[in-house]
Design a protein around this ligand. Structure first.
Ligand code: OOG
Ligand code: MG
Length: 254
């Protein structure tokens, strides 16, 4: 039986919109269909007036793969509705069971797509920043197969971007601390992201071309969590401090 892409897109988009979990998909779907569901569910957000902002890479670190029991790189789409202001706040009831993870953001300055080298990827970058991703699987118990999570826009739900720096910073091994109310929650290094976060941008250029699209000037690319994700709690201040790049953070409402 062929997959009903539109029905699955409506179901996952509805689960995100209403912040209610949906069961894992009843029938396994192909990876191609999973990305088609993702695209269709994001189109529903664009039809409601959100705009395309960039993409996020997922499972680019061992810590993330081990935490979720998945072992292949995935990607998802970022829209304007997912952007949380640095220092701003989110309301937990708008989410199903949100988690946060430390990332690095790239600001694309020149079109980028296809098979590129690390220097070519770097040449397309205008700026880099510390970033936090809020992931929120729409599936019950935050459990999914690889294709389930791809269909669910790779759990993408929100993101915060800190101050932009020039891209000539050495990104290979920047220490980082994720903290809740100033208490360290996770320690890591940018090296956890595929050995070097620019490798994630190289991968982003490849996957976006496979989807028949391009990274365009102004797009943001999230390189993927450098540590396992942490569950959000009410009334806390979540912060990321990254060596050289600085800090960003957000509050969770009571
Ligand atoms: C899937 C999204 C993975 C990352 O940074 O590795 C991801 C998930 O863990 O729910 O965003
Ligand atoms: Mg992530």
């Amino acid at each position: 039986m062929s997959t009903d892409i539109a029905a699955l897109a409506a179901r996952l988009d509805g689960a995100a919109f209403h912040a209610t979990a949906t069961p894992q998909l009843e029938d396994p779907i192909s990876l191609e269909d999973a990305y088609a569901v993702q695209r269709a569910s994001i189109q529903r957000r664009l039809d409601r007036g959100e705009t395309r902002v960039g993409i996020k890479m997922g499972f680019t670190s061992r810590a993330k793969m081990v935490q979720m029991g998945v072992d292949d790189l995935i990607w998802g789409r970022l829209t304007s509705g997912m952007l949380v202001e640095d220092g701003g706040s989110i309301a937990l009831p708008d989410y199903v069971h949100p988690r946060v993870e430390p990332e690095i953001a790239f600001l694309v300055g020149r079109p980028l797509a296809g098979r590129v080298t690390i220097p070519q990827a770097l040449a397309a970058v205008d700026a880099v920043a510390p970033a936090l991703e809020i992931i929120d699987s729409r599936y019950e118990d935050f459990r999914f197969s690889l294709t389930d999570v791809v269909a669910d826009n790779s759990s993408s739900s929100g993101f915060v971007v800190g101050p932009w720096s020039r891209p000539d910073v050495d990104l290979s091994n920047l220490g980082l601390v994720l903290a809740f109310d100033g208490r360290p929650q996770a320690f890591g290094s940018s090296a956890a992201i595929l050995g070097h976060p620019l490798r994630s941008l190289v991968a982003a250029a490849r996957v976006i071309a496979e989807a028949g699209e391009t990274l365009s000037p102004g797009d943001i690319v999230l390189a993927g969590g450098a540590t396992a994700a942490s569950a959000l709690r009410p009334s806390s201040f979540v912060s990321l401090e990254m060596e050289t790049l600085g800090r960003c953070g957000f509050h969770t409402d009571p």
